[in-house]
Design a protein around this ligand. Structure first.
Ligand code: AMP
Ligand code: MG
Length: 289
């Protein structure tokens, strides 16, 4: 199954209404489990090579409306990886220090080191999503909220984001962006589940239900942001999120696709290192067992 091709957002216009959040890619749950198991094993192998190579990194951006399953998907996909090679950063409402800098600053600080996989649970895209839906947030950045009415202001933010991501790509960080596309009905069901199950209650937030009132505005902001910033260097994927099993399978597959394209290699010892190794091996062999 070519999840990469199926869910990739082509640059230009995007209409979320044309996408089916309950898509299953014609797979059964069992088919998907088989694919996922294979891909998670492959991910672990590729991660080890990326870490050993220590030259490049992978940045995976997760964005979604509430209850789409970001946290669960991140946990699932990372379950087979070595914790030392992964950095997860969850971006929440910016602190005063963060707001005292340009909007990419805190994301720059959180980028994965060479050899690592970086996961952004929310990201710089909040700056063209939640901030677009609630322009009063601009005041905290010393920007006049009235500028939110100006198309050019948002175009400039998309441009800044694309330019930054392009810079990262040229410098060895592959950027892959995943939008988990949950339907309004499924979001409602998941919110209500949270209230009904005692061990899920902690996830329930009245604020999330308030944000739901802005569903249309969020969808419009997502459509514009994704269409404007899905590039060759940093593609977006709109992944159906109503079936968690499909979502997790698609995410694992797309990450394998990108790591395979990076093709990380175990480093070869250089000439001097080879000599030192040979000496060390001779020393070990000479020891009595
Ligand atoms: P959660 O992911 O549920 O912990 O919620 C984090 C909250 O932080 C969400 O409501 C986001 O919309 C909000 N948030 C994240 N980044 C920003 C940002 N740059 N500006 C304003 N709010 C943000
Ligand atoms: Mg939340």
């Amino acid at each position: 199954m070519d999840f990469e091709g199926r869910y990739r957002v082509r640059p230009g216009k995007l209409r979320l209404d044309d996408l089916d959040p309950a898509d299953t890619a014609k797979l059964t749950k069992d088919d998907a489990a088989g694919l996922r198991e294979r891909d998670l094993a492959r991910l672990a192998e590729l991660q080890e090579r990326l870490y050993a190579e220590s030259a490049r990194s992978l940045l995976v951006v997760f964005q979604a409306l509430d209850a789409a399953g970001k946290d669960g998907t991140i946990g699932h996909v990372l379950s087979g990886l070595h914790p030392q090679g992964v950095q997860v950063t969850a971006f929440r409402v910016p602190s005063e220090l963060e707001r005292a800098h340009d909007f990419l600053w805190r994301c720059q600080l959180a980028l994965p080191r060479r050899g690592r996989i970086g996961i952004f649970n929310r990201s710089h895209y909040e700056e063209v999503l939640v901030v677009r839906v609630h322009p009063e947030l601009l005041a905290g950045q010393r920007i006049d909220p009235a500028r939110a009415g100006d198309e050019r202001f948002w175009r400039e933010r998309y441009e800044a984001i694309s330019t930054w991501e392009h810079h990262l790509a040229r410098n060895g960080t592959r950027v892959v962006k995943l939008f988990l596309n949950v339907s309004r009905g499924e979001q409602r069901r998941r919110f209500l589940d949270r209230v009904e199950e005692p061990d899920k209650l902690w996830k329930f937030s009245a604020a999330d239900v308030r944000e739901r009132r802005h569903w249309g505005a969020y969808r419009a902001a997502y459509e514009q942001a994704l269409a404007a910033t899905s590039t060759e260097e940093a593609p977006w994927y709109a992944i159906p999120a109503d079936h968690k099993w499909l979502m997790r399978t698609a995410v694992a597959s797309i990450l394998v696709h990108h790591l395979e394209a990076m093709d990380p290699r175990y480093p070869e010892p250089g000439p001097g290192e080879r000599e030192a190794m040979d000496e060390a091996v001779a020393e070990l062999r000479a020891e009595s067992a």
